[in-house]
Write a new protein. Structure first.
Length: 648
C-alpha cells in the first residue's frame, strides 16, 4: 500500500498506514507528524537529562541540544525550572557524551515551551520529529521503518545493538525499512507474492495504533517477532517484520471493533551469520547470540518510548511463530528467567523454549566459527574480527546459506538448555499461549528431502535430525509407537495425510512426518505447558486443524505456518501467492469465521491475559474434542487439559 501524500500537520500524533502492498479498499491518507527524540533511557546517566514541562493535553514537542558546557546546561535547565515549575530529573545528573548532550522534554511539552526553549538556546536547539501517515478508512496511525538501534554495520557488525543516534529535523516513517540479509529456508507452504530490498542496515520497527482513542488511555501492545528459521529475509519467505502477511492493521482494526484497542509493533533482527556469529573469531565483538539481543533492544525501546505513541509499557505481549516462537521462548528463559519487565505475556505459535536442535555446544560453535573464517578467507588473518568486518555483506549472506543456525549456551544470557531451565522453574512467570498444527512435520520432511521406506531409514532419519546420541531402545520404541499411530490414529493423528504418499516421499512418509512434527514442536509445547501448570502460571494451548486451500491435503495439509492468515485476520490474503481461504462460499464463510475468532482470541489474550474474552460464539467452530478443520472444528484448552489434545 503506497501512501497518498496529503496535508501536513504538526499538531500531534496522527500518523498512518504507509505500506507498499495492495489493499482491499481505496484509502485516503494524510501526512502527519509526531515530535520525538529517540534517545533511550539507558543512556540517561551518560547523555540524557529529562525536563518535563507542563503542557496542554495532546501535544508533543522534544528538543535536541548540542552543548559543550556543563554550566550552560545547568543554567538553562534552572531557568526552565524557574519559569515552568517542573524539573523531574535533577540537573546535576546530566552528563556529556563527547561534545553532545541530548535533552528530551519528557512526555510532551507545549509548543510555547518549545519555542521558549528555542529562544533560550538559540541555534543550539533543534526539533526532532517523525512523520507517519493516517489511514482514513481504518482510522489508524502507522509509523514504519523507525530505527531502534544504531546501524549494525562496520565496526558494529557482530556487536551488541547500540542505541540509535538522534536525528535533526523530520524523519519520514512512511515505508518499511529494508529486510535483514538472509536466505530462503525453502519450506513448502510459505509462498508469497512480494519481495523487498535487503540490507545489513535493517534494524527498524513498525508501529500501528488506532487514531481515534482516548489520549489518556494507554493501550496494551502486541509485539510481533517474525519467524523464518533465523535465516529468511528480503525477497524470501517469512523473515521480516515488513512481510505484508504480517500486516498488523487488521488486528488493530479488529481490536477497536471489540472495544479492546491495542497497538501493534513489529521489528527486524539480524539473521544467519550476522546474528549468530558465535565463537572465538567474534569474541572480541562482545557476547554471542546478538539476534536475541537485537530483539531485547527492540523490547527495551518499546518500554522507553511506546508511551509517546499511546501504549502501555506495563502491558506488552511478545508474540512469535516458528523461529519467532522459539525467540519468545528464549526471552522467557533468558538470564535464568530473570524478569526485566520487558513483557507481561507471551504467545508462541509452533515453537518455544524447547525447539529441537536450536542450540550448539562449545565444540559445534567453534566448528561453525572456523567454517565462516574458511569461507571468507579470514582463517590466517592476524585480526580475524577486523577481517570478518571487512568482508562484503553479500559474501556473508552467501556463507550463511551453507550453515545451520543455532544459539549457544553462553553462561549469561542462556545459563543452560531450555529443558533444564524449565524443569527448575527458571523462566519468566507470565501468562502463556502455545500452539502446534496438526501436520507440523510435513513441510520439513520435504525441506530435508527425506524419502523413508523402511524402519531402518526411519531410525536413520531420526538420528540425523536430532544430531545427538539416542538410546537404541528409545529409537525402537518410537518406530513402534508411530507405526501404531498410523494404523490406529488418535484424534491428533495424520488427518488427511496419506501414510504412503508414493515413491518420491516414501512408504513411511506419514509415520516419519508425525515424529518430525512432534520432535520439532508438539513435544516441546506439551512439556512447556506442563511446566507452566507445575509453577501455577496461567497458560493456554491450542491445536490448529484447518488445511489451507492452497496446499495439497495428502502431502502437506495443516502444515507449519498455515495458521498465520487466521491469527492476523488477513482474510484478503494480502501478501500470499495463492489464497489460503477457499473460494466455495459456504466453506469460505467457515474459514472467515475461524479467522475472526482466532484473531479475537489473540487480542483478548494481549488485553486480558486470557484468550476467552473474544465476544464470539460460533457453534460449528468450537468443539470439546478434536475434529477436522475441513469441517471447521477448532479446539481451545487450558494448559491443564493440554494432553487431551493429543494422545502422542
Amino acid at each position: 500500500m503506497a501512501p497518498t501524500r496529503g496535508s501536513s500537520s504538526s499538531l500531534g500524533p496522527t500518523p498512518a498506514l504507509a505500506m507498499k502492498h495492495p489493499t482491499p479498499s481505496p484509502m485516503t491518507r494524510q501526512t502527519t507528524t509526531l515530535s520525538w527524540v529517540p534517545v533511550p533511557a539507558s543512556r540517561a546517566l551518560a547523555a540524557l537529562n529529562e525536563i518535563q514541562v507542563r503542557k496542554p493535553a495532546g501535544t508533543l514537542s522534544f528538543l535536541e541540544l548540542d552543548i559543550t558546557s556543563d554550566e550552560s546546561i545547568k543554567a538553562a535547565a534552572q531557568k526552565l525550572e524557574s519559569d515552568f515549575g517542573v524539573l523531574d530529573v535533577p540537573v546535576n545528573n546530566a552528563g556529556i557524551l563527547g561534545k553532545e548532550v541530548v535533552w528530551k522534554f519528557g512526555s510532551g511539552a507545549s509548543d510555547a515551551a518549545a519555542e521558549y526553549a528555542r529562544s533560550l538556546f538559540g541555534s543550539l536547539c533543534m526539533p526532532s520529529m517523525i512523520s507517519g501517515s493516517y489511514d482514513s478508512v481504518r482510522h489508524q496511525d502507522v509509523f514504519l521503518g523507525v530505527p531502534f538501534t544504531a546501524s549494525p554495520t562496520g565496526n558494529l557488525r557482530f556487536s551488541l545493538p547500540q542505541p540509535p543516534k538522534p536525528w535533526k529535523g523530520t524523519k519520514s516513517a512512511k515505508t518499511y525499512g529494508p529486510f535483514c540479509l538472509g536466505n530462503s529456508a525453502g519450506i513448502a507452504g510459505f509462498s508469497k507474492n512480494t519481495s523487498a530490498p535487503m540490507s545489513e542496515d535493517c534494524l527498524y520497527m513498525n508501529i500501528i495504533r488506532p487514531s481515534r482513542i482516548n489520549k489518556s488511555r494507554k493501550l496494551p501492545v502486541f509485539a510481533w517477532i517474525h519467524g523464518g528459521a533465523w535465516v529468511d529475509g528480503g525477497a524470501w519467505v517469512e523473515g521480516s517484520a515488513g512481510d505484508p502477511r504480517y500486516n498488523g492493521s487488521f488486528l488493530v482494526e479488529t481490536s477497536v471493533q471489540m472495544g479492546m484497542p491495542i497497538i501493534f509493533v513489529s521489528f527486524n533482527y539480524r539473521l544467519g551469520v550476522f546474528g549468530m556469529m558465535n565463537g572465538p573469531a567474534a569474541a572480541k565483538a562482545g557476547p554471542p547470540n546478538v539476534f536475541i539481543h537485537d530483539q531485547r533492544q527492540a523490547l527495551r525501546w518499546v518500554q522507553e518510548n511506546i508511551a509517546y505513541f499511546g501504549g502501555d509499557a506495563s502491558r506488552v505481549t511478545i508474540v512469535g511463530e516458528s523461529a519467532g516462537a522459539s525467540s519468545v521462548g528464549q526471552h522467557l528463559i533468558a538470564y535464568g528467567g530473570r524478569d526485566e519487565g520487558l513483557f507481561s505475556g507471551a504467545i508462541a505459535q509452533s515453537g518455544g523454549p524447547l525447539s529441537s536442535s536450536s542450540y550448539r555446544n562449545a565444540t559445534e560453535t567453534e566448528a561453525y566459527s572456523n567454517k565462516v573464517l574458511e569461507e571468507t578467507g579470514c582463517t590466517d588473518a592476524k585480526d580475524k574480527l577486523s577481517c570478518l568486518r571487512a568482508v562484503p555483506a553479500e559474501v556473508l549472506r552467501r556463507v550463511s546459506q551453507m550453515l545451520p543456525t543455532a544459539w549457544v549456551v553462553d553462561g549469561e544470557l542462556f545459563t543452560s538448555t531450555g529443558s533444564r531451565l524449565l524443569e527448575s522453574g527458571s523462566f519468566v512467570k507470565v501468562p502463556l499461549l502455545t500452539e502446534s498444527n496438526r501436520n507440523e512435520g510435513t513441510s520439513f520432511m520435504q525441506l530435508l528431502g527425506l524419502t523413508v521406506n523402511s524402519d531402518d531409514e526411519f531410525l536413520a532419519s531420526v538420528k540425523g535430525i536430532l544430531g545427538r546420541p539416542v538410546e537404541e531402545a528409545a529409537l525402537a520404541n518410537w518406530s513402534t509407537l508411530y507405526q501404531m499411530e498410523v494404523e490406529r490414529p488418535s484424534p491428533a493423528g495424520l488427518g488427511s495425510i496419506l501414510p504412503n504418499s508414493g515413491p518420491q516421499l516414501g512408504a513411511q512418509y506419514g509415520k516419519t512426518s508425525l515424529w518430525v512434527g512432534d520432535a520439532l514442536f508438539t513435544a516441546g509445547r506439551r512439556f512447556t505447558s506442563q511446566k507452566w501448570a507445575d509453577y501455577r502460571t496461567p497458560s493456554y494451548s491450542y491445536f490448529f486443524d484447518t488445511p489451507p486451500a492452497n496446499l495439497d491435503l495428502e502431502t502437506l495439509s495443516v502444515a507449519h505456518f498455515q495458521e498465520i492468515p487466521f491469527t492476523f485476520a488477513n482474510t484478503k490474503a494480502i501478501g500470499w501467492d495463492t489464497d489460503p481461504f477457499p473460494s466455495e462460499p459456504k466453506r469460505r464463510q467457515k474459514y472467515l469465521k475461524l479467522a475472526e475468532i482466532m484473531s479475537r482470541m489473540w487480542i483478548s489474550f494481549v488485553v486480558t491475559g486470557s484468550p476467552n474474552f473474544h465476544h464470539v460464539y460460533f457453534r460449528n467452530l468450537l468443539s470439546s474434542s478434536a475434529g477436522h478443520a475441513a469441517q471447521g472444528l477448532y479446539i481451545f484448552a487450558s494448559a491443564g487439559d493440554a494432553d487431551a489434545l493429543s494422545s502422542r
